[in-house]
Structure formats: structure tokens, C-alpha cells
Design a protein around this ligand. Sequence first.
Ligand SMILES: Cc1ncc(COP(=O)(O)O)c(C=O)c1O
Length: 397
Amino acid sequence: MEVKLLDLTRQYDSISQEVEKAVCEQMRSGMFIGGKAVTDFEKEFAQFIGVKHAISVNSGTDALVIAMKALGIKEGDEVITTPFTFFATAETIAAVGAVPVFVDIEEDTYNIDPDKIEEKITDKTRAILPVHIFGQPAAMKRIQEIADKHHLLVIEDACQAVGASIGNQMIGSFGDAACFSFFPTKNLGAFGDGGMITTNDDETAIVCRAFKEHGMAQNGAKARYILEGVEDELAGTVSPDGLYNPYKYYNYLIGFNSRLDALQARVLSIKLKHLKEYNENRTKIAEFYEKELGNIEGIITPKAAKELTPVWHQYAFRCNHKDEMGNFLASKGVGSAAFYPVPLHLQKAFINLGYKEGDLPIAEKITKQTVCLPIFPELKQEELDYVVKCIKEFFEK
Ligand SMILES: Cc1ncc(COP(=O)(O)O)c(C=O)c1O
């Protein structure tokens, strides 16, 4: 039997009629950038997360860059984050000119260890950037308390955690801003790149919108006022409702072109309606793996703390023979992955930061142990039985 790590065709098959109808309608409309498809999806997403604003962008990476810039993180600032994440988390900190400061992780959740944050705070620290890795919520209450005590910003990297929650509160509604990715493999995946910033702060939302579109037009003027206190020279002198809107060609800030395509917004609106069910299926699979694998000697299964509702973007267990396990599973037709094999403090691109092996021992240990199993919502029971059978066979050998 073959069980892929991820098979996106199954999800597509289940919604193809609805998606093809919507995509064709959108193509016939001639509206490819912005418009109702995008604003509708932003509203739906904001409502889903329970925040005032959702600002769509081109990717999770852009969401992080734009959110940090909008919150004023700049050259020379330090941003505290986790080394156990996808590269973009820390890459974007460096991209805005700041310095990523890595804090070791918790063994159980693989998330940043709140007990180790305070010792890394200096007078240059501006923000804490927790990641909800593999869909497991980070310890947001503790992190927010530390941030409040030291007057720091909190930016959530929620790229892997759409739909996760702590108690009744959704991930993506905790910090000053949160960033999501709609990369196709994510729990809510587009048919290409896409991302979103969420925030409850009106001014942050205005500045994010300005940065994502060349700092232009009325919104650019408002954002410049928020950031620099400069009044809008055009205010009251032109009619923005006229045939020709002169604002459109005034640019007030240096920004980006980072928009979510209308076609992607249509696809994402449809998938958002199914997200709860998709995430519930992932949870059932995680529970099945826990039941079957939780007592095997040699395996440490991932556990979610009591009040947390994870969304199982990945199911990553730990064992001391991860390469042999991966090869064995591959020989049996079972796809697996080893996220993340290199902790970010030891990445070549961050060599200048001066970290060395042994600095963050838990992250270093866990990167040597994780095996990710298939956990997409459309997996069939016989496939799950087969995956479990293969793992048991490995340990019997
Ligand atoms: C934790 C994390 N942060 C950031 C990103 C970047 O998102 P994107 O690939 O949409 O740029 C990803 C996903 O790829 C991610 O998993």
C-alpha cells in the first residue's frame, strides 16, 4: 500500500465543483486583483479568528515582514523567537533589519519555552515572536505577561495554526498582530501563495494596508500620519470620488506589492467553510496515533496541554532512530518527513549571529528526533492502520 505524507488531490476532488464554479465566475468577471472576492474573504477570516481586522497579503513571509514594519520594528532592534520553526520566521526578522534572538523550546510542545524568555531580554528587545509550531498553541498567556512587564510587542507566527485555540480564544487574536500562511500544504491552503495579517488595532491595520500596496493613496496618507505625524497635503483639496482619483498616484511610504489574488480569495473562502471539519479530522487522526503509538517504548508522542486546542498541522513524534525509521517507512510506501532537521540558530544564513552547537540543547535534540507522519484530513482508516502497522513492525525488528 502507498500512503503519501500529503495528498492534496483528495481535498480538491471533494470541493472541485464548488471551486471550479467560483473560479470560472471570477475569471469571467475580469476582476483579478482586489475587489469583492478579496474583501469578502478578509471579512470572513476576521470573523473566524475573532479579530477586528484581517489584511490579506501575498504569503506568510510577507505577512511577517509587513506586520513587523507596521509595528515599527527596525534596524538594531532585537526580536525574541524560537529556533524550531520554518526559516521564514527568523528570516523576516532579519529582513526588517532586526536581530533574531533565539530562545530554547519546551520538550512537550516544541514551542518557545516561556521560562527562558526573560533572561534574553535586553534594552534592545522590541518584540516576542512565538510560533505555534505544527499547530500547537504556544503559551500565549505567559508570553503576554512577560511582554506586558517589559513593554514588548507580541507578533504571533500563526502560519501553521489556523483554527487552533486556547480556551475560547482563537490563535491569531492574542498579540499585537498575527501572521498566517495559505501555502498549499497548510491547514487552509490556497492554490498558490497567500497570507494574512490579523490585528485588533485600527492603526496597525491601516499601516499594514499601506505597506502591502506601495504606501499609496488615502490609506498611504493615513499611514504616514500614524507613523510620522505628517498631515495629508491633499486633504480637502481633491474629491476622491471623482472620475480621476489623484490620490491613487501619490505614494506616501516605501512599501511593497503584496496582494492576495482574487482567484485565491475565492478558493480560500470556500475552504474556510470546511476548515472546522478538516481540523476535526486531523484531531481524530492524532488521537488514533496516540492510542496506537503512545505506549510503544522508543517513541515519544506529541501531547497538547489541557486547555489548548491544537490543529495538528504536523504529527511529529520523537524517536532515536529517525533516519532508519524514515527509510523503513519509505521502503513500505509510507511518506514521512523530518521537520525541522536544522535549528535556526545553527543555519548557515545566521552564522554571523555567533551561535554554536550546545547553545540551545532542547531544540538541537529535538531536530535530531522528529518523524512526521501523514495527517491530512482525507486519510482513510485502512491507510492509518497500515501506517501504525509499519511503525510497530519497525520496533519489532
Ligand atoms: C511557521 C512558518 N512561518 C512562516 C511561513 C512562511 O509562509 P509562506 O510560505 O506562506 O511565505 C511558514 C510556511 O511556509 C511557516 O510554516
